[in-house]
Ligand binder design. Structure first.
Ligand SMILES: [Fe+2]
Ligand SMILES: [Fe+2]
Length: 409
């Protein structure tokens, strides 16, 4: 939307001017007038524009602004906790309020005290900004979970799920990894996560066992990006982690469905085939695109435990990549909370207890702690998307008594 793009250009110009000139300087007033006019132009086509700054991506409402891709201010604004900037035309906004907003942003960017004469609490009624868990804006009143699901998720993720199915099919047929589509899915997930008003984690619920690899890939991608964002990574890195999460189990496309969905324990041979998916996935990713070394590393390492257990076993044990440790926690969380032919889904509380218990042995301690902190805070924003009204009946236990349960795959 042209008006949105022009407003942002004027906004950035004004930020540069505010950083240089004192209040009431003619240049500063000129820049402010320009932003104000652009805002009025924008109001003429959108009464309540909401900008989201997702690293190098700018979204207006639900529409990514292509012209603003790689806009340098997007990362900076997100970096100071302003991932969302919202204007409401029904509440009059004064030039002073705009000036105070710009001044406040510059103060945050440069870590200098704000020169604005207006106290925060007295102002900015038609302007809201912030990010989840960051900034000092009073938190908006929390709607309950049902309300979020009904009002702020226009996403079913059906198209994304279909794209993932297609990516898997291409690979199954011996084709090359369609990277563009995989990245498009990740971009789309980041938009869904930032919703209209606040951060949320839209997770898909499994409808048929066959869909496991698809829904699991999407969920691990969402959770991994949530955790990466929680840990303060920038937009580009968050999306790289999202791609790695999406592709972590790619090697499973080579494993027969009878093994993937087998109830009960594996024979040694089946276990060997199953365990080959991490190295196989890494190989597939690397042969498709050398640039995807992070995704390949994560595919290779996501079942390696912090104490050296898991698979593939390393001849010379070494520390796994940060992103592998991150995806590992998200992977196990999603695997355990999902209904599998060999295990009923675990309640979220039990999964969190498991992650805490295995912190420092299976999971990196700091990563497990961060995941728990994120879940504690974002639990109400965890939205399970029902893709079908009749989920499969839970299987109480397909494991004969006395046998060790299968680990999450
Ligand atoms: Fe896996
Ligand atoms: Fe997995």
């Amino acid at each position: 939307m042209l008006e949105g793009v022009e407003f942002l250009h004027a906004f950035a110009q004004a930020l540069a001017v505010v950083a240089l000139y004192p209040p009431n300087h003619a240049r500063r007033r000129g820049a402010l007038d320009d932003v104000y006019q652009r805002l009025l132009d924008l109001f003429a086509v959108d009464e309540r524009p909401v900008f989201s700054f997702l690293g190098d991506e700018v979204v207006l409402g639900k529409q990514p602004l292509r012209e603003m891709r790689d806009w340098e201010w997007s990362d900076r604004l997100a970096g100071i906790g302003m991932q969302r900037l919202e204007f409401d035309s029904s509440i009059p906004i004064s030039l002073e309020e705009l000036d105070a907003l710009l001044d406040d942003i510059v103060a945050r960017l440069t870590l200098r005290p704000s020169t604005s004469s207006m106290a925060r609490q007295e102002r900015v009624t038609g302007i809201r900004f912030g990010a989840v868990g960051v900034g000092d804006e009073p938190a908006p009143e929390e709607p309950d979970e049902k309300e979020i699901a009904a009002e702020t998720i226009p996403f079913s993720l059906t198209e994304e799920a279909e794209a993932v199915v297609w990516v898997h099919e291409v690979l199954q047929d011996g084709g090359e990894l369609p990277l563009m589509e995989a990245e498009a899915v990740v971009r789309s997930l980041t938009v869904a996560m930032h919703g209209d008003r606040q951060m949320m984690l839209p997770l898909l619920q499994l409808r048929q066992f066959d869909e496991y690899t698809t829904t699991h890939s999407l969920n691990v991608s969402v959770l991994s990006m949530g955790l990466a964002e929680w840990l303060g990574l920038g937009g580009r890195d968050v999306r790289a982690v999202g791609v790695a999460g999406l592709l972590h189990d790619l090697g499973k496309v080579t494993i027969p469905k009878e093994i993937l969905n087998k109830p009960g324990t594996f024979t040694d041979q089946e276990r060997e085939i199953m365990n080959s998916h991490s190295a196989e996935g890494a190989r597939m990713i690397l042969t498709s695109d050398q640039q995807l070394d992070l995704a390949a590393t994560v595919a290779y390492e996501h079942h390696i435990m912090i104490d050296g257990g898991g698979y593939p076993s390393l001849r010379y044990p070494r520390d796994c990549h940060f992103a592998s440790k991150l995806v590992h926690v998200c992977d196990v969380y999603d695997a355990l909370r999902t209904n599998r032919p060999y295990r009923a889904p675990w309640p979220a509380k039990r999964v969190m207890a498991y992650i805490e218990e295995k912190s420092g042995t299976e999971f990196d301690g700091a990563m497990a702690q961060a995941f728990k902190a994120m879940m504690d805070q974002w639990e109400p924003r965890l939205t399970t998307l029902q893709v079908d009204e009749t989920p499969p009946a839970p299987q109480p236990s397909a494991v004969p008594a006395g046998q060790a349960p299968r680990p999450p795959e």
